[in-house]
Design a protein around this ligand. Structure first.
Ligand SMILES: Cc1cc2nc3c(=O)[nH]c(=O)nc-3n(C[C@H](O)[C@H](O)[C@H](O)COP(=O)(O)OP(=O)(O)OC[C@H]3O[C@@H](n4cnc5c(N)ncnc54)[C@H](O)[C@@H]3O)c2cc1C
Length: 439
């Protein structure tokens, strides 16, 4: 992993308490800082930045900040079991590689070389099948699909390798004042210039910053599971568009795939209650036997769908990343890819601020972060919402427009290639990590 030869100036350290400096030294020596150790340090430990939440967005934020020479501490209880997978687009893969985490992910990840969209509705106006091939835009793959447990394990291993200080418990309370932010723990507290709120949909950090959200729930539920199948997937993800939402099979290594099946809530409840053999047969039927006989693995997930966006992505020395800032339905693999672009953008701005001897939690830094992330998040949210609604509606006009759009995408090469390029690397947001450069 690239490293810096000279530590950048640390303009804020002189304003922090003595106890804080001692806390930082101890944190540097031990990967895991026990809450008791924090307590012994006269109840306070300080860091320039505290990242709250150890999901993928929080781990990548902490690793990127640490790689940029920032004095950072991660406050994160062990992550809950997650059987989902994530389709990481090429920019996210590049960022993980730059941070030294991709090498451990790669054996568990399958490339996404082709994306097939199949109209599986029984409506009168049906769209043609469309195939997007990564080779058409000079890529081997649009990205890679990996089980979240492997992604989290690789990120945690990388954090440990970098001696990233980690307090393995939840934040109890977060409060800001003009000089810093205090994160209260069961015993003791952490004082920082900036808090990165990576604590998911019900973010404590977001509430502490006084930031509200706009949330709309859909009458849809995503059923998720991984499965084995008789025929090879040839690195192709297939998205069947159905009247209740997409039914998407995404490759995993070998003859395995992950499934995200979007249904109305009663149908999802009925499906998830089936035994293994009956569920496997039902999924094979819905997949039109395109991958042959299927075997649904244990570990089913049920996720009610909603779209939620924070009114601002930062305020009161707290910057929100990942689902603390925005939740989009799992259609088109956008959610975590957006979250990783948040993490990369924020780390870049914090590192730049330090180089210019600025306070990393200053309103100007937070305002730049919020404004740099707005367009990317808004365009993805609108695109996912439109696609989802166009599947649900019975309006012939909308079905016709969807069919026509897909027809045009299928027939017009430059349009198709422009869409693919924008999908993989959005023009509005290319932080350094996504280009393969260190923060
Ligand atoms: C069915 C489904 C499929 C998806 N597929 C894809 C995909 O293919 N591609 C894609 O890009 N995205 C996908 N997503 C979206 C993706 O899963 C999310 O964007 C991602 O998991 C969010 O990560 P996060 O780190 O922001 O939040 P989380 O993973 O929710 O992590 C938040 C963490 O914060 C911790 N936490 C909470 N409160 C506190 C506290 N007080 N103190 C400390 N820690 C705290 C929690 O324990 C948790 O570990 C999918 C989503 C769903 C529902």
């Amino acid at each position: 992993m690239p490293s810096r030869s000279r530590a950048p100036p640390r303009p804020c350290a002189s304003n922090l308490s003595t106890a804080g400096r001692r806390g930082t030294i101890i944190a540097g020596e031990f990967v895991k800082v026990e809450a008791a150790a924090v307590h012994n340090l006269r109840d306070h430990m300080t860091a320039e930045v505290a990242v709250v939440g150890g999901g993928p967005a929080g781990l990548v934020s902490a690793i990127a900040l640490k790689a940029g020479g920032v004095d950072v501490v991660l406050i994160a209880p062990p992550s809950p079991d997650d059987h989902r997978t994530t389709a990481l687009l090429a920019g996210s893969v590049k960022a993980l590689a730059t941070l030294g985490a991709w090498q451990s992910c790669r054996p568990h990840a399958a490339p996404l070389a082709t994306l097939r969209i199949v109209d599986g509705t029984r409506r009168p106006l049906r769209a043609p099948e469309v195939c997007f091939a990564a080779a058409e835009i000079g890529l081997e793959a649009f990205g890679h699909n990996i089980e979240n447990r492997h992604l989290l394990a690789a990120l945690s291993a990388r954090a440990a390798e970098m001696n990233l200080p980690h307090i393995a418990e939840a934040a109890r309370a977060v409060s800001s004042d003009p000089d810093g932010v205090t994160v209260k723990l069961a015993a003791g507290a952490v004082r920082a210039r900036l808090v990165v709120g990576a604590d998911g949909q019900r973010s404590l950090c977001r509430t502490a910053a006084g930031i509200g959200t706009h949330r709309r729930a859909y009458a849809q539920t995503a059923l998720t599971l991984n499965l084995g199948h008789a025929r090879p997937h040839h690195d192709t993800a297939t998205e069947f568009h159905t009247e209740s939402g997409p039914f998407t099979l995404v490759p995993l290594p070998g003859r395995r795939s992950s499934l995200v099946c979007v249904l109305d809530p009663p149908s999802a409840a009925a499906l998830v209650a089936l035994d293994r053999a009956a569920l496997s047969r039902e999924i094979e039927r819905r997949a039109h036997s395109s991958l042959g006989a299927m075997d649904a693995e244990p570990g089913r997930g049920v996720f009610p769908l909603a779209v939620e966006t924070a009114h601002s992505f930062a305020g009161a020395r707290i910057a929100l990343v990942g689902e603390a800032a925005h939740v989009v339905p799992p259609i088109g693999a956008q959610g975590l890819n957006l979250g990783l672009r948040d993490a990369a953008t924020l780390a870049e701005l914090v590192v730049d601020a330090r180089r210019r001897s600025l306070d990393v939690g200053a309103p100007s830094v937070l305002a730049r972060y919020a404004s740099q992330r707005r367009a990317d998040v808004a365009t993805r949210r609108i695109a996912v919402d439109l696609l989802n609604r166009s599947l649900l509606t019975d309006l012939l006009l909308v079905q016709g427009a969807r069919g026509l759009s897909l027809y045009l995408v299928d027939r017009i090469g430059p349009l198709r290639r422009a869409l693919m390029r924008e999908g993989v690397a959005p023009a509005a947001s290319q932080p350094r990590l996504m280009r393969g450069e260190m923060v």
